[in-house]
Design a protein around this ligand. Structure first.
Ligand code: C2E
Ligand code: MG
Ligand code: MG
Length: 315
């Protein structure tokens, strides 16, 4: 099926401009706003859009050169096994520092990278470097450990994506079961049949699949049952007020019960306090990740932490 929607940007003469070029530019900015807010709608041009469109273009332009100018880095945030207290893996989180713009937050530049298509090359760079890093840690004598890499919808929809992942694992020498790919619910559920074909292919190659930010989007439980998913990651927004908000506590407990009854493991994100950790421990959460244990940190610091927590290591 082809599903076509329209996104419309509207500029008014003469308040937004007095010539065709200006009016078209304003209408274009308004159309991009309509697209960014979910498409299939319209927006009238406002002055604020002009500023934000200019900033947005400046951001995308700078991002275009970020990889070649070595402005990108990967930080690693440890994941802890609740039962053994051991560090069992780490999530790779992309960082961008630009001389003019400073540190740009992933929540700002990842959407820009997705919109511009730059996420394809940047995402492959993240995947290759995270896989290489994990292989080098394992070669240093650290116990097998899992590196989790975030995926964008655009990457996931590339036709040869599973082959590319296998090729990178082969070339960098990392066993497939030491890689976990994190997808958000939206990516997995947008087109469940297509997603399930790709996920099954990845699963058959031995790669682990996690659903990120679980509970914040729309998940069909029927599809969740059919998808070859290993893990659910409970979003930080539910964990944050777990001690004070009865609803959040109930949501976390329910996600844990649901996941376990489907044979899935659960990672809780954004643990900042001992009380949050204790609640999740009491409800049999499998893995924990958050500032209470460690912030995302450069690879050298993460290696030092790994070596401390896994004494067999030779740093
Ligand atoms: P995410 O995958 O859900 O990552 C978790 C985010 O929560 C990270 O934000 C992490 O730094 C933050 N976090 C972890 N523990 C705590 C805590 O205890 N308290 C608080 N306040 N925050 C915590 P970050 O690094 O800013 O990344 C934001 C999002 O950007 C990620 O959310 C992910 O969706 C996306 N992202 C990051 N790197 C990549 C990448 O390489 N590729 C893609 N496609 N997306 C990425
Ligand atoms: Mg993630
Ligand atoms: Mg998340």
């Amino acid at each position: 099926d082809l599903n076509i929607t329209g996104s419309v940007g509207i500029a008014m003469y003469p308040s937004d401009g007095s010539d065709l070029g200006t009016l078209m530019r304003c209408a274009d900015a308004a159309m991009f706003r309509a697209k960014r807010h979910g498409r299939n709608s319209y927006r009238f041009f406002t002055k604020e859009m002009e500023v934000s469109t200019a900033l947005h273009l400046q951001l995308i332009n700078a991002l275009r050169f970020a990889q070649d100018r070595s402005e990108l880095a990967i930080h690693y945030q440890p994941q802890i096994d609740v039962h053994s207290g051991r560090l069992v893996g780490a999530e790779a989180l992309l960082r961008w520092t630009n001389p003019g713009l400073g540190d740009v937050a992933p929540s700002v530049f990842i959407p820009a990278a997705e919109e511009s298509g730059l996420i394809l090359t940047i995402g492959e760079w993240v995947l290759r470097n995270a896989v290489r890093q994990a292989a080098s840690w394992i070669n240093k004598g650290l116990a097998p450990f899992v590196v989790a890499v975030n995926l964008s919808a655009v990457q996931f929809r590339q036709p040869d994506f599973p082959e590319m992942v296998s090729r990178i694992l082969d070339e960098e020498g990392l066993p497939a079961n030491c890689l976990e790919l994190e997808l958000t619910e939206g990516v997995a559920m947008h087109d469940p049949l297509a997603a399930s074909a790709v996920l099954n292919d990845l699963y058959d190659r031995g790669i682990r699949i996690a659903i990120d930010d679980f509970g914040t989007g729309y998940s069909s439980l029927a599809y969740l049952k059919l998808l070859p998913v290993d893990l659910l990651k409970i979003d930080r927004s539910f964990v944050k007020d777990i001690e004070t908000d009865k609803n959040d506590a109930a949501i976390c407990a329910s996600i844990l019960a649901l996941a376990h009854s489907l044979g899935l493991k659960v990672v809780a994100e954004g643990i900042e306090t001992a009380a949050q950790r204790d609640f999740l421990h009491a409800h049999h959460c499998d893995y924990l990740q958050g500032y209470l244990f460690a912030k995302p940190e450069p690879s050298a610091q993460c290696l030092a932490r790994l070596s401390r927590m896994q004494p067999a290591a030779q740093a």
